[in-house]
Design a protein around this ligand. Structure first.
Ligand SMILES: Cc1cc2nc3c(=O)[nH]c(=O)nc-3n(C[C@H](O)[C@H](O)[C@H](O)COP(=O)(O)OP(=O)(O)OC[C@H]3O[C@@H](n4cnc5c(N)ncnc54)[C@H](O)[C@@H]3O)c2cc1C
Length: 324
């Protein structure tokens, strides 16, 4: 058995994108610790998804059970607990999704083990991993390690790892895990899945994105952003306040509560670079930022930065691009 179990997340036979990011995290950690990774997939009638997942060259362990047809914290934590007790992994990794926030603490408590949640990365201190999570609204990065015996539970923030770094060289095996769910009481019933935002734009596929922040000041100024996007043949995205104010639809929001994107070019205009925004775009190929504040955190991750007033810089920039 593998020593690192990465718990996948699926709904209606489709994997959550961030599952692959967690698998990449697991693969990197496995390399450091000389361990192997198994992806744990739970649900009902998920054979096709298991085959598809294993097709990427990873070992997949499947728990297929009636009581896992819909996600419930009771069902998931009971099933994963049984797998963990049988297989004794050293680490159990998750992507820090809403679902994981819901059941992982319950699972950790039922195992009597600790969970370090919402980590942004790990680093090695000798042969021991140190997990880094942000505190005080992202102002401080704090280091955490586990004491005592495993299994150790860790959830990683969405975009902590890049799904494109997946090592695909494995043999891609599917194993079935037997669990006994007879005595497991499911105390919640899924009535309806509420789709908060109907996502009409898939920004994750865009090659170029022009993203606008509160620095644009008012919706009438959005035309400038449209001109820039047209000149660069880019999709338009935004930070949260711009979408909250209704200047752009919610499905254009990038960040921890919006879309995660990794275009070749990310052009951040009047965006400060709050952590909740950065987690959604930091894996972009080239990041260009325009901001009048030289200390704006966006410059920490920008490849090219212009310190200046966007209302002066952009018209000139657009003119130059159009000449190309
Ligand atoms: C639970 C939670 C989830 C969140 N999720 C998200 C999310 O998914 N996405 C997201 O983006 N945010 C999210 N946020 C909000 C986040 O914390 C920030 O408040 C937000 O990203 C700030 O947006 P902004 O950079 O556009 O605005 P501001 O922080 O107000 O920054 C505006 C920037 O524009 C610059 N500026 C002003 N005028 C000009 C000018 N004329 N020329 C050039 N630059 C100028 C300023 O210097 C400033 O840096 C979340 C917050 C919480 C608590």
């Amino acid at each position: 058995m593998s020593n690192i179990l990465v718990v996948a997340e699926q709904r209606d036979g489709t994997l959550n994108r961030s599952t692959w990011e967690a698998v990449v995290g697991g693969q990197k950690l496995a390399k450091e610790l000389d361990k192997e990774v198994t992806v744990l997939l739970l649900g009902k009638d998920i054979k096709d998804l298991a085959d598809e997942t294993a097709g990427k060259g990873v070992t997949v362990m499947v728990v297929d059970h009636e009581k896992l047809a819909d996600y419930t914290p009771d069902g998931y934590s009971a099933a994963i607990k049984q797998v963990v007790e049988k297989e004794s992994p050293a680490y159990i990794l998750f992507s820090h999704t809403y679902m994981v926030r819901d059941y992982a603490p319950k699972l950790a408590a039922s195992l009597g083990k600790a969970l370090i949640s919402d980590c942004i990365r790990y680093k090695m201190a000798g042969d021991k991993p140190v997990f880094v999570r942000q505190v005080f609204q992202g102002k401080i990065d704090a280091d955490f390690t586990f004491d005592g015996d495993g299994p150790y539970l860790v959830s990683f923030q969405v975009a902590a790892f890049n799904a494109d770094d997946l090592a695909t060289g494995g043999s891609g095996v599917v194993q079935n895990a037997e669990v006994n769910m007879d005595g497991v009481e499911i105390r919640t019933k899924v009535l309806e899945i509420f789709e908060g935002v109907k996502q009409e734009v898939d920004l994750s596929k865009a090659e170029r994105i022009v993203s606008v922040g509160r620095g644009i000041k008012k919706p009438e100024n959005m035309d400038l952003i449209k001109q820039l996007a047209e000149a660069l043949d880019a999709e338009i995205a935004a930070s949260r306040p711009v979408c909250d104010d209704g200047w752009l639809p919610l499905d254009r929001q990038v960040g921890s509560s919006g879309q995660t994107v990794a275009p070749k070019l990310y052009f951040a205009v009047g965006i400060s670079g709050a952590i909740q925004h950065i987690v959604g775009m930091k894996n972009s190929g080239t990041i260009v930022a325009i901001n009048k504040d030289p200390h704006a955190p966006i410059f920490d991750i920008a490849d090219y930065g212009v310190v200046g007033d966007l209302f002066e810089v952009l018209p000139e920039f657009i003119k130059s691009v159009k000449k190309l």
